[in-house]
Design a protein around this ligand. Structure first.
Ligand SMILES: [Zn+2]
Length: 689
């Protein structure tokens, strides 16, 4: 009531100032539903189109560029303190046409410090990352600059303060180095840093991405000062790291040397460069056979402990790894690690090793993990594009469900999912923080396909798209385009669960195999690049040769559903008119399954129908039937005089629907399957006949 009164007042006061917003009368007979058919553009993507870095093909534009960052890191692990001390030299390649006037740094390790914003609790509060020295092109960066001076009254006329070579925010997850001498376009700069931190301990418990178990095992991630992404969309990525969604990284080369106590095995992203310096002759001999068969072979056993047995003899050993083109680097080390190896056969590439590093007491889980990772590497290579990296390591530790390039924290439980992340974001460098669905969501979708393949069954995506209808309308759900950092109470649904429902509906329109082919082409087009949701949506529309603007609009930018029903069925003169109604804002094609009486006159096929057996036809009308704005559509069935026994709208259950019970004629009396316990209200895969 209050809103209505305010409107009425403003209509009296401001009739000329805002005529469009204040109609004199309620609209008479406008369309019942205005279907939006284009993909909304924000200023960011408009700028990219204007600059030619991206375009409507959905492929990288002719002026596409991205920042490359190459790291040389020397790190030392001290035990039992579990302290990591590092020194890095970082080459920043400014491949853009504009000068970089600052450098944004990601200091993810500060998530573990007190007074740093976090979206989830951490197992131990530490001092965070202590950055003790930074130089930029050889000049020392002031790590404790004086607070910026406030402009006094009338300060507009004063001289601008000089830019200092200084770092701001080193105790947060996103720091900035201000540069008096910017990095010119198409040039490089070198940044050096020194730092240290204590790995957070999570005894017998879960860590966040990393951490230590006692003083005997450490998983190391989010561990070096990282240069944030600088891209054509937003310039520097200044999004803070809050815990749940972390990935958006530049690609580049990592040359990393880890100095660890002798007897501690080290596994990492990249290829070990100096096996002779760190591995025993026995381990090297066993490794030389790792690619000979699919069997899981021991490299270092539980009986081989300590210097001279698990590693070569000595007090400390330097492990040197190189990863040629990756977005991140992670590692782990333990004096208790058992090391097994197996292989995966990658199409167009050949065999790559799969390494398993685990505590002896977790042998049972890791016995399954190797074959699961192999299946995932081989299956996703065939589904999307061949795995490009030269190896994969699975490591035990506090986080048993985390992904890094060539390196995952996982036993059997998450082996398929974390291996899936090698495609996104490790090969296709999507921005997980802003667009979690392009990372976790696509991964969840393909995990369903992988599980079916492992069970030697065809993938069944029926029911998934329809189930969204019961979630739609919850005010706690953020649209897929919303930054996952602010995804709210339904973050997990937004980032993980919704995209599989979207792709189930897409399969309902174009066919699942067409979706897979298009998604595979998308992956290849954006290998080692940074696609945005606009690139993805436009690429898919082009690859599928469909005008899918409406589809992407409703799924990516809204939380609307289709909510279809069969409103009426009337037969006359050998024709049956099915009145289909859509009460939601999202349209969909109209798909009707028509079940005829087993006997009677010959069934005359319609040109938009397919017979699925001798007495069943599926008839389809394109989504265009809704574009005029009506909420009802009369489908006129003319199959001849054979009696119709049953009509089902959306028989594959692909289109978001609040209540599938009203999708059939004659009217159903049974209740729909109850929603699964837990999860968001109404969420759960319904029964689909
Ligand atoms: Zn994931």
């Amino acid at each position: 009531m209050r809103a209505f009164r305010l409107l009425a007042v403003s209509a009296l006061v401001l009739p000329l100032a805002a005529p469009a917003q204040v109609p004199a009368k309620a609209p008479a007979a406008g369309p019942a539903r205005a279907v939006r058919r284009d993909i909304p553009l924000t200023n960011m993507i408009r700028r990219a189109f204007a600059a030619g870095t991206r375009d409507s093909t959905g492929r990288p534009g002719k002026n596409y560029w991205q920042t490359q960052v190459d790291y040389t890191i020397n790190a030392r692990l001290d035990v039992p303190a579990m302290r990591i001390t590092g020194r890095e030299s970082v080459v920043i390649h400014n491949n853009s046409d504009s000068a970089m006037r600052s450098v944004q740094m990601r200091l993810d390790q500060n998530l573990f410090a007190a007074n740093v914003p976090k979206a989830e609790s951490v197992p131990e509060i530490t001092d965070g990352m202590k950055v003790t020295r930074i130089t930029f092109n050889g000049e020392t960066v002031d790590l404790n600059p004086p607070a910026p001076q406030r402009r006094g009254p009338g300060g507009a006329g004063g001289a601008l303060p000089q830019v200092r070579l200084a770092a701001i925010g080193l105790n947060t997850t996103s720091a900035r180095i201000t540069l008096p001498k910017p990095i010119a376009p198409h040039s490089t700069a070198t940044l050096e840093a020194e730092w240290n931190f204590k790995a957070p301990t999570s005894d017998n418990g879960r860590g966040i991405r990393m951490g230590a178990w006692g003083d005997s095992l450490v998983q190391v991630a989010e561990w070096y000062p990282r240069v944030a992404v600088y891209d054509d969309l937003r310039g520097w990525d200044t999004d803070p790291y809050l815990g749940p969604s972390e990935f958006y990284n530049n690609f580049g080369r990592f040359d990393v040397t880890i100095d660890a106590p002798a007897g501690w095995l080290v596994g990492a992203t990249g290829i070990l460069q100096n096996p002779n310096d760190v591995l025993t002759p026995t381990a090297r001999e066993r490794l030389s056979h790792a690619l000979e068969s699919d069997s899981v072979r021991p490299i270092v056993t539980a009986a081989e402990r300590g210097p001279g047995k698990s590693t070569v003899d000595g007090t400390r050993l330097s492990w040197h790894f190189i990863a040629d083109f990756v977005g991140d680097f992670a590692w782990s080390s333990s004096d208790r690690f058992v090391w097994d190896a197996t292989r995966a056969t990658i199409p167009e590439k050949g065999v790559v090793p799969v390494y398993l590093l685990y505590e002896p007491s977790h042998a049972a889980q890791y016995a399954q993990a190797g074959p699961l990772a192999r299946h995932a590497l081989e299956f996703y290579s065939k589904l999307w594009m061949p795995y490009v990296f030269p190896k994969l390591t699975l490591s035990d530790g506090p986080d048993t469900g985390m992904e890094f390039p060539m390196f995952i924290g996982s036993s059997a439980g998450a082996a398929d999912h974390e291996t899936g992340h090698q495609w996104w974001p490790m090969m296709v460098g999507v921005n997980e923080t802003w667009y979690g669905f392009m990372d976790e969501g696509f991964n969840q979708y393909m995990n369903t396909l992988s599980a079916a393949d492992r069970n030697k069954q065809p993938a069944n995506l029926d029911g998934m798209g329809q189930s969204y209808g019961r979630t739609s309308g919850d005010e706690t759900e953020a649209p897929l385009m919303w930054d996952a950092n602010y995804g709210g109470p339904m973050y997990r649904f937004q980032a993980y669960q919704k995209a599989p429902l979207m792709l189930s509906m897409l399969g309902g329109i174009v066919g699942d195999t067409a979706v897979w082919r298009a998604q595979s082409e998308y992956a290849k087009a954006w290998l080692f690049k940074h696609p945005s949701p606009w690139d993805y949506a436009l690429f898919m529309s082009n690859a599928l040769k469909r005008d899918l603007g409406w589809f992407w609009y409703y799924w990516l930018f809204t939380t609307e559903s289709v909510d279809g029903s069969v409103a009426a069925v009337k037969s006359a003169n050998g024709k049956t008119t099915v009145t289909v109604r859509q009460d939601g804002q999202m349209p969909s094609p109209v798909v009707l399954r028509v079940k005829f009486a087993p006997k009677g006159a010959k069934i005359v096929a319609m040109k938009n129908s397919v017979m699925t057996d001798s007495a069943t036809a599926v008839v389809t009308y394109p989504v265009d039937v809704w574009f005029s704005g009506s909420r009802t559509f009369d489908a006129v069935l003319s199959f001849g005089p054979r009696a119709i026994e049953k009509i089902t709208l959306d028989p594959s259950c692909r289109f978001p629907d609040r209540d599938p019970v009203d999708n059939t004629w004659p009217k159903q009396t049974v209740q729909a399957a109850p929603a699964a316990a837990g999860g968001p209200p109404g969420f759960g895969r319904p029964r689909c006949e």
